[in-house]
Design a protein around this ligand. Structure first.
Ligand SMILES: CC(C)(COP(=O)(O)OP(=O)(O)OC[C@H]1O[C@@H](n2cnc3c(N)ncnc32)[C@H](O)[C@@H]1OP(=O)(O)O)[C@@H](O)C(=O)NCCC(=O)NCCSC(=O)C1=CCCCC1=O
Length: 374
């Protein structure tokens, strides 16, 4: 050991090169809407590993369900680059503020008010979005998505780009694209078939029906799920979801499916009785970080690089075409879909009249004012 210490002292570099792209605080790029925090890394026994950290990248836009604005996308790219080159960082934890949403994708207000009808601007935005996904898939540290709440649309896409996902069980998952005027080609159409198989990928990527965290675990889209609801001081499983049996009387898998009718309503009422506590989620995330810490760092990075390949290859194959298509789509379907979400309310509805649109298109109506204002 003494000899090793001498060798370290003799070979220790006089200075360390900073590989960061720019020297500024992540928070300063987006008014604090993405936070970057280095939290002490812990061993499996819970003791602090002095000098080592986990980098927490936290979306901080809870009023808009942690959707990301253009400025937040830029900050996220910087944050992942920072974590990737920081010698002291063991793992990255990617999460959102609060317990409602990890992220519900692109900011629909910005989409509706700035990008709708503006394909050349959205094309630039998509450069940034693509770089955000690539910065996750290219991070030299393992990335854990701490799914603190809903993971929808682009939120699901950046979540699936992560290496691990651990969810609190009130979180919902899914896509929004074809309901709101987009296609889930910001990663979902690349990652879903690999992660859950083509058939379930088709169901999720086209129908846009949210599914539970328990189902996400069953399908294999997340690594683990923990309870988050406390009723009378005791953790209980999400009461709106079937968690106590695997099959129904006809042999169909029901575990993880949402309950229906009165049972679903009773589940919702029970949620209101309780309080949400994410301490078990944090324990699980810390446990995973500690397991990752007690490994060889370069062997870990190489393993990540190899295991990411199926996702990365599909992503790299498609991302530029997807960017171009999404930009042009801002002239028609995205233009009306995101405006409908942004300008509508729960009472008036936040989706367009799909049948009316389809009927007009069937009649050969061009994408002129009358369709855009549908
Ligand atoms: C299903 C929902 C996620 C949740 O529904 P619900 O539980 O009923 O909550 P809401 O009342 O709808 O939402 C609460 C408030 O948050 C605001 N909100 C939610 N999501 C967003 C968002 N993405 N951007 C901005 N604001 C958002 C919502 O307006 C409410 O605020 P208010 O002031 O009105 O009370 C539902 O919210 C939903 O469907 N959200 C939108 C999901 C969506 O369409 N996301 C974008 C998908 S497209 C995308 O992400 C892409 C990524 C890159 C590639 C291209 C692309 O399209």
């Amino acid at each position: 050991m003494a000899r090793t210490n001498v060798m370290i002292a003799e070979t220790f570099p006089e200075y360390l090169v900073d590989h960061n792209l720019i020297d500024c605080e992540v928070e300063s790029l987006c008014n604090g809407m993405v936070r970057y925090e280095k939290r002490p890394a812990r061993r499996r026994d819970g003791s602090v590993a002095e000098g080592l950290y986990n980098a927490w990248i936290i979306f901080n836009n809870p009023r808009q369900y942690n959707s990301y604005t253009t400025e937040m996308v830029k900050a996220t790219i910087l944050a992942f680059r920072r974590a990737s080159v920081d010698r002291e960082v063991n793992a990255v934890v990617f999460t959102g503020v609060g317990d409602k949403a990890f992220c519900t994708g692109g900011n629909t207000k910005e989409y509706a008010e700035y990008y709708a009808g503006n394909p050349q601007e959205y094309r630039q935005y998509m450069r940034l979005f693509n770089d955000m996904v690539s910065s996750i898939l290219g991070c030299d540290r393992p990335v854990i998505c701490r799914v603190n709440g809903m993971r929808i649309g682009g939120g699901q896409e950046i979540g699936m780009a992560c290496d691990f996902s651990i969810a609190q069980d009130l979180a919902k998952f899914g896509q929004a694209g074809p309901k709101h005027g987009s296609a889930a080609i910001g990663g979902a159409t690349d990652f879903l078939p690999i992660m859950i198989g083509c058939e379930q990928a088709m169901v999720s990527g086209t129908l846009c029906e949210p599914f539970s965290a328990h189902k996400a675990a069953r399908l294999g889209i997340i690594a683990d799920v923990v309870p988050a609801l406390k009723v009378g001081g005791t953790f209980v499983a999400n009461p709106t979801v079937v968690t106590d049996r695997f099959l129904d009387e006809y042999g169909r898998v029901v575990q993880g499916e949402f309950k229906t009718g009165a049972d679903f309503k009773a589940g919702q009422a029970r949620i209101k009785e309780g309080e949400v506590d994410l301490s078990l989620l944090d324990e699980k995330v810390e446990e995973l970080c500690a397991k990752l810490l007690e490994t060889f760092p370069e062997c870990m990075t190489k393993s990540l690089e190899e295991l990411r390949k199926p996702k990365l290859q599909a992503w790299n194959l498609n991302k530029e075409n997807s960017r171009a298509w999404l930009a042009l789509n801002m002239m028609n379907e995205a233009r009306i879909g995101f405006r409908a979400f942004n300008e509508g309310t729960k009472e008036t509805g936040r989706e367009i009249d799909f049948v009316k649109l389809r009927r007009q298109l069937a009649e050969g109506t061009p994408w002129a004012e009358e369709l855009i204002e549908i």
